[in-house]
Design a protein around this ligand. Structure first.
Ligand SMILES: NC(=O)c1ccc[n+]([C@@H]2O[C@H](COP(=O)([O-])OP(=O)(O)OC[C@H]3O[C@@H](n4cnc5c(N)ncnc54)[C@H](O)[C@@H]3O)[C@@H](O)[C@H]2O)c1
Length: 447
């Protein structure tokens, strides 16, 4: 019987059959900080017709489907069944006990006029106790923390949280997204992260060095039948053991790190240099940032996780091995400086040293005065809605089509796969996945 189910599933997928988005969709956000509350507030305000979800692909973008005289440009929701904003219910966990209203006020991202109209909705979102280990984020000192003796206890408690939330809110589906602080760097270690058996062994033996708290959230989510998205640069689901779990549970996973300011610019700008066969000598990126995210990243062990994620972008677009004359000696540096006066209003500077005809040097300067959480919020909406869609379409494992939204996109590095960081190639992947799930042909090849 399983074979026939599989076959039926394959045939249905070819026809673009996706289960409808019926009932409530629970979005459980790990971390109730600046990004999470800006996202929640925007969804509530949009629902009331008081704001517009600008920057969200699922709400605004149109994709061409069909060719020639049959071609049409449609919104995503007219191609595939997407959850409606009115069907979303939010849940959250945080180290601090403040409700989403208090956390939004504390974050100082949004003005009172954009928060007060949905104060009641935000006040009703009270963070559940966090699965937290201070060694993973030393700068945080909240006490809304689960009293767990082991990593496995954390998993058990988190699974209960998901089950209770789902029942209490009458949700038909749940998606779990990490928008909590960046943890210290946990590099892939094949002794613990290579396969699920080893990984579960490490959980059970309470190996706190190789099992981060974020892994407990991901493990709990996947085994509860929920897609999981990693919005920080943590390596949580970027290890083969988690890929195995996501295949076993048939759940989509994606990560890592929301692609917002500087990396968005880099992944959109580097293709200009590459496409015109210009040379690149160096790219220096620096930022000032003063929110709690910046505070956590001020700790070198936490910054290292971010640095690894941010550094990967350029080298996969301007490839040294393909064009040694042009990209054989790039000096790439990324810095984040904690500077409280700016709070969430991050300022990024990019100095790009390029060279042209006969090696003559030129410079490009980009100064991006952005708002971190304003750029991140629509990504949370798109990533959660599209992960829910992917699950209903029967897709599981790493969702490469979501690379568009992520700074350091997941890919199977054990098979020599490379990350796709070029924004325009990522967009093609996104459009093709939507087309395919909508029963249309994928018709733009990536070359
Ligand atoms: N804003 C952006 O542009 C952007 C871009 C890419 C990635 N990110 C990442 O998104 C995350 C959130 O950013 P932010 O600005 O909202 O930060 P924030 O500090 O305002 O919020 C993070 C929250 O997570 C909580 N937390 C930490 N560990 C936790 C745990 N184990 N369980 C539950 N809660 C926990 C903290 O108490 C804090 O309230 C960060 O990791 C950041 O690096 C942000």
């Amino acid at each position: 019987m399983p074979f026939y189910n599989e076959l039926k599933y394959c045939i249905e997928m070819k026809q673009g059959k996706v289960a409808p988005a019926e009932g409530k969709l629970g979005i459980m956000v790990v971390g109730c900080g600046a990004v999470a509350t800006t996202f929640m507030t925007g969804v509530f305000m949009t629902r009331k017709g008081l704001a517009k979800p600008i920057g969200s692909m699922t709400q605004y973008d149109k994709i061409r489907v069909g060719k020639g005289t049959d071609k049409k440009y449609l919104h995503y929701k007219d191609i595939v069944p997407l959850a409606d904003l009115n069907d979303i219910v939010f849940g959250t966990w945080d180290v601090y006990p403040q409700n989403a209203y208090q956390a939004a006020v504390y974050a100082e991202v949004l003005k009172a006029k954009d928060i007060e109209p949905v104060r009641d909705e935000l006040e009703a979102i009270k963070p559940m106790k966090a699965a937290f280990d201070k060694n993973y984020a030393k700068r945080l000192d909240g006490d809304n923390v689960k009293d767990c003796k082991t990593r496995w206890d954390m998993v058990v408690e988190l699974k209960k949280d998901i089950q209770n939330f789902k029942k209490a809110n009458n949700c038909s589906r749940i998606v779990v997204i990490w928008a909590a602080s960046t943890e210290i760097y946990v590099p892939y270690d094949e002794r613990y992260h290579k396969n699920l058996a080893q990984f579960e062994e490490a959980f059970k033996s309470d190996d706190r060095e190789h099992i981060a708290p974020s892994m407990c959230y991901a493990y709990a989510a996947l085994t509860e039948g929920c897609p999981f998205i990693m919005g920080a640069p943590n390596t949580t689901v970027d290890i083969p053991a988690m890929w195995e779990l996501s295949e076993q549970t048939r759940m989509p996973i994606s990560g890592k790190d929301f692609k917002t300011g500087q990396t968005l610019v880099k992944s959109g700008f580097a293709p200009i240099i590459k496409t015109r066969s210009l040379g690149l000598a160096g790219w220096f990126s620096t930022n000032i940032l003063g929110n709690r995210d910046g505070l956590v990243l001020d700790e070198p062990a936490n910054f290292h996780t971010k640095e690894v994620s941010k550094l990967s972008t350029l080298e996969t677009i301007c490839k040294a091995e393909e064009q040694p004359d042009l990209y054989g000696n790039i000096y790439h540096k990324v810095r984040i400086n904690y500077y409280p006066p700016r709070n969430d209003d991050k300022e990024g500077w990019d100095n790009i040293d390029i060279f042209g005809w006969m090696g003559y040097p030129m410079q490009i300067k980009i100064n991006f005065l952005c708002r971190d959480s304003i750029l991140a919020a629509p990504l949370l909406l798109d990533l959660t809605l599209l992960s829910d869609l992917a699950a209903r379409a029967g897709r599981y494992g790493i969702q490469r089509f979501l690379s568009f939204f992520l700074k350091s996109p997941m890919h199977d590095y054990t098979k020599g796969e490379e990350a796709v960081n070029n924004l325009f190639e990522q967009y093609t992947m996104l459009k093709n996945a939507i087309r395919e799930m909508g029963g249309y042909e994928a018709d733009e090849e990536i070359d």
